[in-house]
Design a binder for this molecule. Structure first.
Ligand code: 6R9
Length: 680
């Protein structure tokens, strides 16, 4: 059902889910406060004067040119911004939608664009990467040094028998070797698949199997909240009993010096193999549409899907968007706090910054009780000028109070960014005031794993900002708010966020499942004119100025602290426990995490609910998926609210989980007494 009524209902539920009353400020953050948000902040005049795109008029002119002649716009950008071994002959082949082919005929290499082309002249000695470990150890790499390290790692991969087209999985902490390994894979044309280090052995195994990975790069462990946390044992568990026969080699970085078992003939130390290699390894010319990486993300159904990105289009999009949204300057020191296990780490820690020859900062740690000011200390210490983080982090900082950041000198900052979830106006204002000293513009960037790079965002020298709005689509992006038939919605009418035309950074397919790619993104909404429209899975509205206000997911995906999780994934983890007969998982508003996870379960007959069992179930989800997926609350009951056709009525569960009145139609419930028992 994609009718208007459903959209409106979902948007209303989402509005309270996402912007639900927080305990963090005195003012009441509610959907009303977002709807009534009137504040507008102009770009600082000096920034506008120096910017590549320095006014709303130049942005509009650029966007209009891109709409009028997309091939001309993208073709010119690709020729200007990337190095090509062979030029492309076709900008876009959209003859078999939704399968796009960009820059056909061309060959290029992402690792070359990120490294080799910066080696001429002074840039070679510029700092490419500043890394700080949680214990405070610092490593710096110039572009020349990073190039040498990447070449050595690429040669090591070759020595392991990895070649063009072989998938390499990375399961790593936030250490320089993670970025080096990604660039080494790209260099030899071996697509990588980075698996977030917080995922469990089971989750890793699923991804290794689905991607038919040939090798795994990992570490003994990493530091988290002042403790070493192991990684290698999870790799061993994932590979145990021949579960992943495609994997022939494991490369292990020594980070924490925890004891690890090395399997003879399979496992090798990075410091043995990589350090012995030569520092020359020419970048492999890759066809534009050669697979660059696979990154798994949660959808509304079944197992996580492997989002496939390809070489040239992704490179161009990460490069251009980074240049536009941060209006990057040669002396900027840029820091994005994401993990390389997520798309934000791919596009905006590694590829976007390096492709632009910028200085990127990578931090292994997180703010923690022993160091609540860890982030601000890093900004002060490294003179960071651009800071990019998630709303969930900002809300946590708000809660602990401004006295923490106020102890640090953050006058080096000139620009702030947010990503991952909607930001409530109060958090936006706090960020601007306390972190940005009321001086730095904020770019609230809306995008997804699937879009490769940012799609909707202010340009810091051009776009007046409104707290809580991601503002306007980037040039070339035909974003729209539509109803179930693909008709554009009017001002302030809620609808689905969609994109009407292909763009270079779009995902190309779901690994091994093109049908799922079609169904998940292109078949929900079929406009009458037969055109293809990308369905993002988010609900949003556009105000009278054309500004986008993203509300959150309209599908069964929940966003916990900016991490995407499918409710179905968590449900199947729960029902794989012998005590559980059936499970339904929903999100509920959480003032820090955006959404929390609530699971309703019915137990197998003969099983009794107890604190101990609940604990076991939480731990079980942790083992099946990872600690981030553990429900905040598990409620046992003897039945779930279902329609007569047997569908679980999640709307009711969402209301119950949020402690709200169950409103709307409940007449389709098969057994109304279930509701009373659940309430009790
Ligand atoms: C980059 C990233 C994508 C989902 C997306 C949306 C939410 C991301 C947002 C935002 C509102 C923003 N999202 N940025 N919502 N405002 N600025 O996060 O990718 O992990 O794939 O998540 O995150 O719901 O659909 P991914």
């Amino acid at each position: 059902d994609t009718g208007r009524g459903t959209v409106d209902r979902l948007l209303r539920t989402l509005a309270t889910t996402v912007f639900g009353p927080p305990a963090v400020t005195e003012s009441n953050t509610s959907i009303e406060s977002v709807l009534q948000e009137q504040r507008v902040f102009q770009p600082p005049a000096e920034m506008a004067a120096a910017a590549r795109i320095g006014s709303l008029e130049s942005y509009r002119a650029m966007a209009a040119a891109a709409t009028k002649d997309p091939d001309g716009f993208w073709g010119e950008a690709a020729r200007r911004e990337l190095h090509w071994f062979e030029p492309f002959h076709t900008v876009l082949d959209w003859s078999e939608p939704p399968f796009a082919r960009w820059f056909e005929g061309g060959t290029t290499n992402l690792s070359y664009n990120c490294l080799d082309r910066h080696l001429e002249g002074a840039k070679a000695e510029k700092t490419a990467l500043i890394w700080e470990g949680e214990p405070g150890d610092v490593r710096r790499f110039s572009y020349r040094e990073l190039h040498a390290e990447v070449c050595k790692a690429a040669n090591a991969l070759k020595a392991m028998g990895i070649g063009k087209g072989d998938l390499v999985a990375l399961y790593m902490p936030m250490i320089p070797e993670a970025a080096i390994a990604m660039l080494a894979c790209a260099r030899i044309g071996a697509p990588h698949s980075v698996v977030f280090g917080g995922f469990s052995a089971e989750a890793l195994r699923d991804r290794l199997k689905d991607g038919e990975a040939k090798a795994v790069i990992t570490a003994d462990g990493g530091f988290r909240k002042d403790k070493p946390v192991s990684l290698k044992p999870a790799v061993d568990a994932a590979l145990a009993e021949g579960a992943c026969p495609s994997v022939t080699g494991v490369l292990v970085v020594q980070r924490t010096k925890q004891p690890v078992e090395m399997v003879a003939g399979r496992d090798q130390w990075w410091h043995d193999l990589v350090d012995a290699q030569g520092s020359d390894c020419p970048a492999e010319p890759m066809a534009s549409e050669d697979r660059l990486f696979v990154l798994y993300t949660s959808g509304s159904t079944g197992k996580p899907k492997g989002v496939v990105h390809t070489t040239a289009g992704y490179n161009l999009w990460a490069h251009l968007t980074f240049q536009w949204i941060f209006d990057i300057r040669d002396n900027d020191v840029y820091w994005c706090t994401a993990d390389v296990g997520w798309i934000t780490g791919h596009s905006y820690i590694v590829y976007g910054p390096l492709s632009n020859g910028a200085t990127t900062v990578m931090y292994e740690g997180a703010p923690r009780p022993s160091k609540p000011g860890a982030f601000w200390e890093l900004i002060q210490k490294h003179g960071i000028t651009i800071f990019y983080t998630a709303p969930t982090a900002i809300r946590a900082f708000m809660k602990s109070g401004r006295q923490v950041p106020d102890q640090f000198d953050m006058s080096s900052l000139r620009l702030l960014g947010t990503v991952g979830e909607p930001i409530n106006p109060e958090a936006w204002m706090w960020y601007r005031d306390v972190i940005g000293g009321n001086r730095c513009p904020i770019v609230d960037t809306w995008w997804q794993t699937e879009t490769g790079g940012v799609m909707i965002s202010p340009l810091p020298g051009a776009t007046p900002t409104k707290p809580g709005s991601a503002t306007l689509p980037l040039p070339g992006i035909q974003a729209d708010i539509v109803d179930g038939e693909g008709n554009s919605c009017g001002p302030d009418e809620g609808g689905y966020l969609a994109v009407r035309a292909p763009w270079p950074g779009m995902m190309r397919t779901v690994h091994g499942n093109p049908q799922r790619f079609r169904e998940s993104y292109w078949e929900h909404i079929r406009p009458a004119d037969g055109s293809y429209l990308y369905f993002a899975g988010d609900g949003a509205r556009r105000d009278a100025d054309g500004y986008f206000w993203v509300m959150g997911r309209v599908d069964d995906v929940i966003n916990v602290s900016g991490h995407r999780l499918g409710t179905m994934e968590i449900e199947s983890a729960l029902v794989s426990h012998p005590a559980v007969a059936e499970a339904a998982v929903v999100g509920r508003p959480d003032d820090l995490k955006g959404e929390g996870i609530v699971a309703f379960v019915t137990l197998e007959s003969g099983r009794e609910s107890s604190d101990d069992l609940i604990k076991q179930l939480r731990a079980h989800v942790g083992t099946e998926i990872g600690p981030i997926a553990r429900p905040d609350e598990i409620r046992c009951s003897d039945a779930l609210p279902k329609t007569r056709s047997g569908k679980i009525m999640r709307r009711i569960l969402r209301a119950l989980a949020a402690g709200q009145e169950v409103s709307g139609d409940t007449s389709t419930l098969e057994d109304r007494s279930v509701l009373d028992r659940l309430r009790a």
